[in-house]
Structure formats: C-alpha cells, structure tokens
Write a protein that binds this ligand. Sequence first.
Ligand SMILES: C[S@@+](CC[C@H](N)C(=O)[O-])C[C@H]1O[C@@H](n2cnc3c(N)ncnc32)[C@H](O)[C@@H]1O
Length: 295
Amino acid sequence: MKHARPRYLESKRTVDARARSPRVRDRLLAELPDEPTILEAGCGTGATVPQLLSWGVDAGRYRGIDTDERIVSFAREVRPPALRRAGHTVTVAGTDRPVSRATASPPDFAVEDLSISFETGDALDALESAGSVDLVVAQSFADLVPLDRFVSAIESALRPGGLAYLPLTFDGGTIFQPDHPDDAAVERAYHAAIDDAPGRDVRAGRHLADKLRKRDGDLLAMASSDWVVRPQDGRYRADERYFLAQILGFVAGALSEAADAPEGFDSWLSTRWAQLDAGTLLYVAHQYDLLYRAQ
Ligand SMILES: C[S@@+](CC[C@H](N)C(=O)[O-])C[C@H]1O[C@@H](n2cnc3c(N)ncnc32)[C@H](O)[C@@H]1O
C-alpha cells in the first residue's frame, strides 16, 4: 500500500476516534476475557495500543503485524516514549527494567501488564499460523485484502469464542461538500479504480458482514462509523487538513490512471484543493465497525 505513510496514519487518529462506534466497542469490552492474546492485522503506527489501554485493556499479549517495514519501525520508535509521556509504565518485556533512552525502540516492550510487539510481515500469513488468539483486530484494513481469505484467516486464528474487532471498514461511500456537478462521476470512477486493484473491494464493509453472517460464529455487533472531517470557522482540527490533503491525493492518484475519469476531473480537483485551502471542504467516508465471535 503506497499511501500508508506514518504522518497520514497519525493524522487520521482524531478522525478515527470520533468515528468508532461506542456501542461496538462496549460490546467488545464486555466480551473480552482478562489478559487477552491480541493479534492486529495491518497495525500501522501502533495506534491501537494506546486505544486499548484507554479502554482498560492493560494486561495480556498484543502483536501488531504490518507489511510496511517503515511503518513498523515508526511504531517501535514512537510508541514507547509516547506511552510513557501519557503516564504509562513502559518496561522491556519480561523484566522490570524501564525502557531507557538507549533502548527506546526495543522489539518487545510492556505497558503495565500488556506485553507488546510490532512485527513486519504479512498479516494473513500471521493469522493463518497464529494458533488460538482471543482477539483479532483489523482497523481500516479489510478493503485492502481478498475478503474470502481474510475471513478464513480470522477463523483459523481465533480460539472457540474468540473475537474479531474490525472497525472503520470502508464501504464505498465518498462524499465531498459543497456539491459539485461532477461529484457522482468522480466518486464512481474513484471507486471503480479501487475495485480494479487486485484483491481490493470498495464495499468491503457490507461484504465482510455478509461473509461473517454465513460463518458458524455470530456477528455480535455492527454499526456505521463514518469518517467526518469538517472545518470549523475555516480551520481543521489537529492534523486533519493534512489528512484531507492525502485523501484528495488518493483520489487524484487513482483517477490519473483510470480510463473512465470524467472529463471535468481536473477542474473538480482544483476546486477541491481551493476549498481545502480556504477551509470550506467537508469530507465523509462511509464505513462500518464489526464485531464477530467465533463458534
Ligand atoms: C489504511 S492502513 C491502516 C493502519 C492502521 N490499522 C490504522 O487504522 O491506522 C492499512 C495498513 O495495512 C497494511 N497492510 C496492507 N496489507 C497488508 C497485509 N497483507 N499484511 C499486513 N499489513 C498490511 C499497510 O501497510 C497499512 O499500514
């Protein structure tokens, strides 16, 4: 995935936090055993770790897997000091030794009683060989991989009764405001370009729900978790102007190679850049949070 640069992933954290469904999260936390073993597919910059800690999941074992070596290095370097700054006790895993400056990016570390590693690798392979975990997490991930294999890999990773938490799964809705006459044509061409990429599914959210419902386990919860980025008084929160610039860049990149890009696309894009500069551009992506329990 070309665009998963650290700043993009970090810039979407405030957007993600607003979007995630509290109902699905509460059901997850109600079902989760103490000291769970957790495997995260496509962990990116490791942002799920502070999220889990803030939800009280502070014991057990967490492994985050991502194919992008640069992202994994970033997670290893940045997450321990950031967690320490947030007031957590961060130690070298298996010892009482604090993570010092000299070991600021250990491969394994622990926060309170949660032991943590970030690893470079293919998450589908990791799920298939994981054995028996309590929780699989995959956030903003399912639209990037072949869904049938992903669902089978989740099932093979989970112990009986284990959980899969799949938040922010894209489901084929890309909205920009104010209205522009070419919006529908641009959205159609953008989604077609995503769908044309091998293994990708622009409507991954609804298709994942369908596939999980046909399995032996239970789809315990499903809720919309749309990203909504809107300026207030011409300003975007946190690093969300950068996030939105990346989104426009993804649309531009996808349509630059698309055979069916609408004729007015260049003008549409200049209008959207100007609106971003002026702090008037609003963006919504339609997504679902899903929670599944294996039989
Ligand atoms: C959209 S990003 C989401 C990252 C993170 N889950 C988040 O929400 O911030 C998708 C991540 O999946 C990773 N990825 C894509 N395909 C993968 C695969 N087959 N195995 C592991 N990681 C993968 C990318 O490198 C990227 O970091």
